[in-house]
Every structure is written in C-alpha cells, then in structure tokens.
Design a protein around this ligand. Structure first.
Ligand code: FPP
Length: 263
C-alpha cells in the first residue's frame, strides 16, 4: 500500500510506502523479466510464468494509474523474442487476446487508454485484431496511457526513423544540417506520447541489469531501478518502492544541482 505525503502528515503504519505526489514519474517503462525463472522455480512450464505475468500487468496498471502516472510502457515482446520455441511464441501472441478480452472493461472504468508500439503488422492477425480492438475501445479515455511494446526493438526503431529522415533528405525536403534531437524523437514510435515520450523511470525486474534493446534513444536521462523480484511477484507495493527510490534520486540532466550553481 502507498500513501501520498502531506504537509500535515498523519501517523502512517510501517507497512505504508509514502510518496511525494508532486514527484510521481510521468512516464514509467518496465522490462518485465523473470517469468520463465518464476515458473521454473515452481516446477511449472515457462508459459505458466507468462500467464501469471499477465495478472501482474493488471495489478501494476491499476497501481500506476492510481498513483497518477501518465504513461506506463511495458516491454511485452521484443523483435528478438521470435527466437524462442514456437509454443512459447504462440502463447505470448495469444496473451494480448486473453488480456484485453478480460480487462478492457476495467481499463475503461479507470479511464486508461491503450496504445501499442512496435512492428505490429508482423503479428498474427488475431493478435493485431485484439490490439486494435483495445485501442478502439479505450480511445476516449483521458487518463493514463498503457503503452505496450509488442514486437518492438530499439535499434530497429532508430533504423526505421533514420531511413524516414534520409528519404526526406533524398527527396530534397530536408536539409541534413537541420537534423536535431527533436527531429529524431519525432520519427520514433514514442512520438505520439508528446511531452511524455521519454521515460522518467525505467524498471527491470528479476535482478538482470541490462537494457535489452528497449527505448535506446528515449532513456538518455531516465533513472534506472533494478529489482530482484521476478515479474510475476512484482505488485503495487513493488511499484511504489521503485517510485520511492526514484524520488530519492537527484536528476540533473547533465547540469548541476541548483545549490551547486551558486558555488
Ligand atoms: C521476460 O521473461 C518476459 C517476456 C518475454 C514476456 C513478457 C510478457 C508478459 C509479462 C505478459 C504480457 C502481457 C500482455 C497483456 C501482453 P522471460 O521469459 O525472459 O523470463 P526468464 O528470463 O526468467 O526466462
């Protein structure tokens, strides 16, 4: 459980995680890792870990929305995940259908809008339909954006974006010396998230400390929090603790702390 700190802070029990409501990360991105190990440790097949992982997606979506997060981006399937055994890939492709058919009414009730980024045209037809249905059903929601990265890869995204700019140069529509950060951000798959396109906080579960081709451009100034729990064990409290860790960080974006400028 979490509570927001207030000026007249009442006594909170030791179980409550206190958060500053004025410093909630607007965009949280999560690498949901450890489903396979979670299942293995219980002598269950890997897909049982993914199934439980889907339940965690529901819990964490609700917790993030209640916290006031604006965008929650979840790395659900990477461009490299096709290398997994066919049964596992098939199961992962079925998950969005199961998830959205069960969960869209709750998303609508909580004003959560679904978006998807990635090479979705390469997904099976049924998966594409489930995704498009959820986007359509939640299109009028104005609260948190639940952004799934599905068949997404950071390098591929940059390659695609650079090709678009190169084409504009070759067509004589763009002066190459005019290319800047903003222009590159605008050709990436996060462009439609506007001011929230870059994550403030990146979380990876399961104790691994690497980026695995996720949002390579967008995480330039993100805070990273690596947690030991496997994704199926992650919950609202785990999210609140990661946000609490984020709130203890001093983000300088390459500059100095305000008081250091005066020295
Ligand atoms: C990484 O764990 C997890 C994935 C590749 C899949 C993540 C998918 C979900 C959590 C469900 C997504 C739900 C929806 C609604 C799309 P891993 O399998 O690599 O774990 P391991 O490192 O322990 O083997």
């Amino acid at each position: 459980m979490f509570s927001f700190l207030s000026k007249n802070q009442p006594e909170t029990d030791s179980q409550t995680i206190s958060l500053d409501p004025d410093n909630i990360p607007a965009h949280i991105a999560i690498i949901m890792d450890g489903n396979g190990r979670w299942a293995k440790s219980r002598h269950m097949p890997r897909i049982a870990g993914h199934k439980q992982g889907m339940e965690t997606v529901k819990t964490v979506t609700m917790a993030a929305s209640q916290m006031g997060v604006k965008v929650l981006t979840l790395y659900a399937f990477s461009t490299e995940n096709w290398k997994r055994p066919t049964d596992e890939v098939n199961y992962l492709m079925k998950l969005p259908t199961d998830f959205f058919s069960a969960f869209v009414p709750d998303l609508v009730k909580n004003n959560v809008r679904v978006r998807v980024m990635g090479y979705t045209d390469q997904l099976p037809e049924k998966t594409q339909q489930a995704v498009q249905g959820a986007i359509e059903d939640t299109k009028d929601c104005t609260g948190m954006v639940l952004n799934f990265a599905l068949n997404y890869g950071g390098r591929a995204e940059i390659v695609t974006g650079v090709k678009r700019l190169a084409q504009q140069v070759s067509d004589g529509q763009l002066d190459p010396t005019a290319i800047d950060d903003e222009m590159i951000s605008n050709v990436l798959m996060t462009a439609s998230l506007g001011q929230y396109r870059d994550p403030d906080l990146l979380i990876r579960t399961s104790g691994e400390e690497r980026i695995s081709n996720f949002l390579l451009w967008q995480i330039a100034y993100s805070e990273f929090v690596f947690v030991k729990e496997h994704w199926p064990d992650f919950n609202g409290d785990s999210l609140a603790k990661a946000v609490q860790t984020y709130q203890q960080r001093h983000r300088r974006f390459g500059g100095l702390e305000p008081d250091e400028n005066q020295k």
